[in-house]
Write a protein that binds this ligand. Structure first.
Ligand SMILES: NC(=O)c1ccc[n+]([C@@H]2O[C@H](COP(=O)([O-])OP(=O)(O)OC[C@H]3O[C@@H](n4cnc5c(N)ncnc54)[C@H](OP(=O)(O)O)[C@@H]3O)[C@@H](O)[C@H]2O)c1
Length: 290
């Protein structure tokens, strides 16, 4: 039975999806997170990695609070750059173990004319994007033959607060909700992403991969689709980013091109509205939240 260690696997939005899918697929799974000790301490991390001797380490720990990162760049760098760098160095010195690391569409500037490909030049607009870019570069520099970086985006799924869940929550008590329409990206289901991650891990894939559901959306479209699928009557009022000021700048256009992943899987990732239907259907029929 292959063994996996999932950083963030007990509590993170993606981490929990990874843990669930790995278990379903018959992997032996251990998780590592805040409750187990200080994952930013390299001695602690080295000890835990050696003890688990995992075939694949999935790193789903990150500083994901995009706006807060502007005011706490040191902490964002610690988790988004220093931690993956340390992980890669430890695995290198152990001489075994593959690393699957996750990054973001926010490494791009948002000034594009086509969906961003893996070899397009990143130009982050925020501290979050800068620290995530530094993290992916550190991983691939230190462990080029035993690591891959999966850039993903706009995650929804069970197990932790996310945009879709927040909108549905609000829509239950409000007649209308204002949502930004001038940012366009690639909404992605965590359980789909977890399955693609496993497929890539099983083949010990290396390099950068864009891992998102097909088809683009802006935030207002995603909100409207989620409310409609949930049978809600709340109206979505599209507003501009200027009308919804945030500390960190976001890319206006961050759609990721997942052609490379589709070729690997033998079919393109399914469209996000299909995946969203699954998420909401499962949430309705199980204990999953939405
Ligand atoms: N969510 C998105 O829309 C999105 C979009 C693009 C890319 N990504 C990338 O996808 C990956 C997973 O994101 P996510 O949305 O699943 O993140 P998340 O739900 O915010 O989970 C982050 C994980 O990191 C852990 N963590 C944070 N600070 C920590 C610390 N100081 N010590 C130990 N653990 C700490 C959290 O633990 P606690 O639960 O204890 O806080 C949690 O398990 C990240 O690399 C992110 O950059 C996410």
């Amino acid at each position: 039975m292959p063994k996996a260690l999932v950083l963030g696997g007990a509590t993170g939005l993606l981490g929990r999806a990874l843990t669930r899918v790995l278990s379903e697929e018959g992997w032996g799974v251990e998780t590592l997170g805040r409750a187990d000790g200080d994952v930013t301490n390299s001695a602690f991390l080295a000890k835990r990695l050696a003890k688990s001797a995992a075939d694949v380490v999935f790193n789903a720990v990150a500083w994901t609070r995009v706006d807060d990162a502007e005011e706490r760049p040191r902490q964002a760098r610690l988790l988004n750059c220093a931690l993956p760098d340390t992980l890669a160095h430890i695995l290198k010195s152990m001489g075994q173990g593959h690393l699957v690391h996750f990054s973001t569409d926010f490494v791009f500037s948002g000034q594009g004319e086509h969906a961003w490909r893996e070899d397009d030049t990143p130009a982050p607009l925020s501290i979050y994007g800068l620290t995530k870019l530094a993290g992916e570069r550190a991983v691939l520099k230190t462990l080029p033959g035993r690591a891959c970086v999966l850039r993903t985006a706009w995650l929804f799924g069970p197990g932790r607060k996310n945009f879709v869940q927040a909108i549905l929550h609000k829509s239950r008590t409000a007649d209308s909700v204002e949502v930004v329409f001038d940012q366009t990206g690639s909404p992605t289901y965590t359980l789909d992403l977890a399955r693609w991650s496993l497929a890539l891990a099983a083949k010990r894939a290396t390099g950068i991969w864009h891992a998102v559901n097909s088809e683009q959306a802006n935030w207002a479209e995603l909100a409207a689709e989620a409310i409609a699928l949930a049978g809600g009557a709340c109206q979505v009022i599209p507003i501009t980013s200027e009308q919804w000021p945030q500390k960190a700048r976001r890319p206006a256009w961050s759609v990721l091109d997942a052609t490379k992943l589709g070729a690997f899987l033998g079919q393109p990732p399914r469209p996000w509205p299909q995946a969203l239907r699954d998420y909401l259907h499962n949430a309705f029929h199980t204990d999953d939240d939405a």
